[in-house]
Design a protein around this ligand. Sequence first.
Ligand SMILES: [Zn+2]
Length: 633
Amino acid sequence: MKKELIKDNYYEAINGDWLETAEIPADQPQMSAFLELHLDIEKLLMDLAAKWSKDQTGLNKNLLKFVKLHEMTKDFETRDKLGSTPLQPIIERIKALKSLKDFEKNAKEMLLDGISTPFGYYVMQDFMNSNNQVLYFGATDLFLPDTSYYQDPATKEQLMGLFKMTTSQILQLYGLDPEKANEILEKAIAFDELLVPVTKSSVERADYVKMYNPMDKDEVISKTTTFNLMKLAESLVGVEVDKLIVTNPDFINKFDEIINEENFELIKSWMLVSNITSFSSLLTEPLRVASGAFMRALSGVAEPQAQGKFAFYQAYDRLSQVVGLYYGETYFGPEAKKDVENMVNEVINVYKERLEKNTWLNKDTKAKAILKLNKISVQIGYPEELPQYFDKYEVGSYEEGSNLVLESIKWSRLLTQDNYSKYNKEPNRNLWQMPASMVNAYYSPTNNQIVFPAAILQEPYYSVNQSRSANYGGIGAVIAHEISHAFDNNGAQFDEFGSLNNWWTEEDLKTFKEKSKKMIELFDGVETGNGPCNGELTVSENIADSGGIRSALEASKKDKNHNYEEFFTNWARVWRMKASPQFLQLLLTVDVHGPAVLRANMQLSNLPEFQDFYKLTEEDKMYLAKDKMVEIW
Ligand SMILES: [Zn+2]
């Protein structure tokens, strides 16, 4: 520990030694507490995969599918021998399109097969009635990660130059001559350019309730005369559709100006570029290396993943829930589950007490908030069931005439058909959005549910070998963070059943919005060495961190062995992170989570107990006047 820094930079004081010695792996943009844990699990799973490839005794049906797919992904000899031919049929299908009308006729099959198209549909819970699922409609992403990159000419030129260079290399490896590659690329970029004004920025996306824009069938039809979106929607879900939830109204309002016959050559070129780049990772060694070059350059990653690791992930990413379930059942026992369950209940109880003692909410809003808290469902370790499509998945092999592109199409059809079949049906709230082997946790606003996968329930977040205060500073704060998402600027708009429903009195909502604004101001513009923090982009996460640390600390204080130092130390420890400057800049632009150093330091500066415990004064950089502190939950 660097004791001399405690009052000026607590993050550095606790993590200074780690920051000096930690090494960023060559195939990663960063190193962090999250990633250290992730790498341990990765090693464990890769060793298991190697063992399973020799001996499949005792593996269940779905794990055998993982093993079989892994056999294909790691056989680079065959991949290299096949060259780019597996992708040929998809490219021929795109090349054969003569007009927008032609595309309209083929769009259904293309969407089912997972071919990139400029727009698409997805069935999800209805924000207004979370017991039903409806059809959302949206446009594709841009080539660069955020609209802001298109606004500054110098940044745009630099990044687009990088995109062109890396993408041209993929197109040439695929077999196009440089001139043809360049021609297609220029047209694709021209189409991308048309989408920029109608694409939401990361900041706009962070306000995720605004992606809910129901539009009646008639209105969609009147706004989109060049392409029959409703007919396509109905053919996908197999029944009549009365409305679409438009995630970005700007796109549909300008639809005819962008998607039309005159622009069809641009659209077609965009589809060629998008599909060649996205499917390349399934082809030869040079193509899979080239396919990641743009993202590596953008995030400052030195080297591509080694072949073996890459092949592992190509199988794992598809069956991660299956492998994750095995991981959870095998390495996360009922004892740990019970222990974490108790901790979650404790934190929920403290949260309730804090809501009861809350001084800025009136009685009615308080009662509704407590009702919502009481209804939060908690999932720990691993899910009770997996999506049924895993049971239906049949993996092929090279011997049977399959290849990775065919496997990808088969998988995509399974997923998309499963998704479209949910239209107008009740959701299954037992299904998880991440595997049990993922070092993460989440709150689902439409299910009013918190989920803690087994992978995060380990040191430094949680361990039976560390003090309870340390556990509260780690997993306790994570638990309370996820609960706080139920009451952040987005989550607070959903009720106890997960539907959009304003349960606030007008006065309390006004106060909440003022407090949220103060949270924005607290973080906005704070320098981190690689650029300033964007307060608006990160507000929901900062509200959740703030509620998280306060509630976890209160829970810790109730323990007879409570120790402030152990609590604060572990809080700072879990945020340790070292990354390339490029990656940190990228995160500042697109990530709704604030920079790690601020998540650690600013939340502590904003905490009266921290100030009192370390006797901070105005001289200290960690000091924040108590009347400037922002407390929401
Ligand atoms: Zn969060």
